[in-house]
Design a protein around this ligand. Structure first.
Ligand code: HGY
Ligand code: MN
Ligand code: MN
Ligand code: MN
Length: 403
């Protein structure tokens, strides 16, 4: 019923925007010309699907189909991590559009309006602060957070202006009309592949806390400074990073990643005086994250004291883990069974806009198998067959919910 060819072509076309020919990676960051191009392309897909297109105060792209005070919302994101893949986020937005396009072609009029949303800045690549659009929609975004800046010192608020978006007065009261939010997304892990299944139903979403750690020592001459008296910020940071890995290796279910690190003054013959690195710490259980965060900071402080360097930390972002709605999970499972596939339930290690929307509506997620579990990488891949069958399942669930 759904037009798999059209969906796969849309995925291909969207993946060309922000594509790095040398690596095959996709680079589409919020409030950039690449993102603007992508928004314009997705807008045409929404209009072709019979939707009325709007952009809300923070810049979420919203296609609306049908009428009514109550809303069934489908969505994901079209921004990417650096050198990202072509499915993360994009598949969820384009598959949702395909669902509506098919309903429109079948002249199915839903009992509630259906909205498809491409949420603004889910990945947080440019400002080290993510899920901006879904935070705003859930009434969680603060004016202070709009002052977060990118590496060129441009704030989210200033970047919005370049998109003719004036965030103030920040008219973004939390939406209260959403009766169900459903997100289709690649799994980005290996579970479905190991189970030999094309799709899975998400039971809960682990959430990240992002910390920025700064280690301050003393920049000194690499030749004239004896080893025992150095206050080397980089060797201290290195010991800290390995201590974090050691701690998390001994903690089941939680994960931590140091993904960014800067060294200054970054000279071959200069002992590093200052190092900044990020920590992405996740678990499905918020209390475990809090305990781990405190333990990590305590251990880093012990290392800093022993090495006679200074330590400071700040929280870049904190998101609450989310549980999906049991009724919506069951609806997805029924649609999966109609395809003769055994429903499989799993936790999402990756974060999603659904976490924020869970604050204002029941949520559900349908996962699509990831080849080798690779994601946030140009090699990210889901097969055409899996994408088409997942979208057919998604279509069936949305039609059932729209009755
Ligand atoms: O970081 C995440 O989990 C998501 O890809 N933004
Ligand atoms: Mn991602
Ligand atoms: Mn994503
Ligand atoms: Mn997402």
């Amino acid at each position: 019923m759904i037009n798999g060819e059209r969906l796969l072509q849309h995925l291909e076309d969207l993946s060309q925007i922000g594509r790095n020919e040398a690596t095959g990676g996709v680079n589409r960051f919020s409030f950039t010309s690449e993102e603007k191009q992508a928004i314009e392309l997705v807008m045409t897909y929404m209009e072709e699907a019979g939707m009325v297109v709007t952009i809300d105060a923070i810049g979420n792209l919203i296609g609306t189909y049908g009428e009514g005070n109550e809303t069934i919302m489908l969505g994901s994101h079209i921004d990417t991590v650096p050198e990202g893949g072509k499915y993360d986020g994009a598949l969820g937005v384009l598959a949702a559009i395909e669902v509506v396009h098919t309903m429109h072609a079948q002249q199915l009029i839903p009992s509630k309006k259906i909205q498809v949303v491409a949420f603004k800045d889910e990945e947080g690549t440019r400002f080290d602060f993510g899920l901006v659009g879904s935070r705003a929609m859930a009434g969680l975004l603060t004016e202070g957070q709009l002052q977060f800046t990118d590496k060129n010192g441009i704030s989210i608020e200033e970047a919005m202006k370049a998109f003719q978006l004036s965030p103030y007065p920040f008219e973004q009261p939390p939406r209260d009309d959403i009766k169900a939010y459903l997100e289709m997304h690649i799994e980005q892990g290996k579970v479905l592949e190991n189970e030999g299944l094309p799709v899975g139903v998400v039971t809960g979403i682990a959430a990240p806390v992002w910390l920025e750690i700064t280690v301050t020592g003393v920049s000194e001459h690499a030749g004239a400074t004896p080893m025992p008296i150095r206050q080397d910020a980089l060797t201290a940071a290195s010991e800290m990073i390995l201590a974090i890995e050691q701690l998390l290796n001994n903690t089941t279910g939680s994960v931590a990643t140091v993904g960014k690190l800067t060294v200054s003054p970054n000279g071959t013959n200069v002992i590093p005086g200052k190092v900044t690195f990020t920590i992405d710490l996740r678990d499905i259980d918020e209390s475990k994250i809090n305990v781990l965060e405190a333990t990590i900071l305590q251990q880093l402080q012990q290392i800093a004291t022993r090495r006679n360097v200074m330590l400071s930390s700040k929280v870049l972002q904190r998101v609450k883990p989310a549980k999906t709605d049991a009724v919506l999970q069951q609806q997805l499972a029924t649609s999966i069974e109609k395809q003769g596939i055994q429903p499989y339930f799993l936790v999402s290690g990756a974060g999603h806009d659904a976490m924020n929307i869970a604050e204002i509506a029941p949520i559900a997620m349908l996962f699509v198998r990831s080849k080798d579990g690779i994601s946030h990488n140009p090699l990210e891949y889901s097969s055409a067959e899996d994408i088409v069958i997942a979208t057919a399942i998604f279509y069936d669930t949305v039609v059932e919910l729209s009755k």
